[in-house]
Design a protein around this ligand. Sequence first.
Ligand code: GN1
Ligand code: MG
Length: 362
Amino acid sequence: MELTGIYKIFGIDGEYVGYEVLKNGNINKTYRADFRENGIDKSYIIQNINTYVFKKPEYIMENINGVTKHLYDKLPDNKKERGVLHYLKASDGKNYYIDDEGGFWRGYGFVPNSVTYDSFDDPALFEAAGAAFGEFQLLLSDYDASTLKEIIPGFHDTKARYKKLFETIEKDPVGRVKTVQPEIEFLKENRALGEALVDMLEKDELPLRVTHNDTKGNNILFDKDTNETLAVIDLDTVMPGLVAYDFGDAIRFGANYSDEDEPDISKTGLDLKKFEAFTKGFVGKIKDSATENELKTLSLGAIVMTVELAVRFLDDYIDGDKYFKLNYPEHNIVRTRCQIALAKDMIAKRGEMDKIVEKYAN
Ligand code: GN1
Ligand code: MG
């Protein structure tokens, strides 16, 4: 469906200025639509949800409704406007719209004067990101997890992810297996490590909490002028999970010297300075409510999440690129190699990571 029709359905009016496609998500299609109302610029984010990935998008919107309300109620009055996203209501009162072809749409007001960052060269900024994700975790600590729909079952269940990878290798639907032997070898060798958190969860050594599960640094809104953190966004995968998933994924994405899909892997590796900055912010927030095992497994979480993404990108590559958006044909294998390079460096630096966590946990 055309965007102009979507604007109408969500009751957006004013003078239409134009739209831009926002490229930093790997799943949904995201647009920023700019309008002018009574001389004031006003922008909206419109998203077309990927229904191959999200089989029941209505459930996402139900979760988002509950979580957003919970956060909104806890925010002080002066932060209620920019501290959470305000979803638009379609003409039928729902916070989403399904078009005639089954396309699933939602929208929210662009948070005024906000900005996101894809990388963090300033340690203070990354520390603030750590504090924002830590705080998010705390704000949801009293959320009733039994009311949350499980959006993607087994999202960070690395045992299930590995199993699925081996099934895809077995099928080899597009004949790519022969070209990715070293990658398969690495993932086989490190399987026990990749599955270590799930093992602990199964033995009840780690508690399930309500977690974000997709803590890329660009899921935090900052104030454009002051760099104050405003809100944690992209609540599509808020589900019960482990603290180490949220910590780990943020490190995987933000403490890498390179982008997550850098083709030149000599540029890829764990930047311990960034690791320390994020750890300071995150652990500073959660240390009083975290168990000893949770704190001890944070660094492991970074390795596990990186191995998990290598497994997922490789699985998608072998499967013929059905899940992640691609910018070019080899994108998924480039992503895989980059994650493997990062995982190797993290494994080598695990002792140093643990020491840094200990420093801020005590
Ligand atoms: C996807 O689309 P985006 O950037 O929010 C993926 C995450 C991955 C990430 C890797 C639902 O997130 O799990 O970590 O790509 N989201 C889903 O960049 O699979
Ligand atoms: Mg996401």
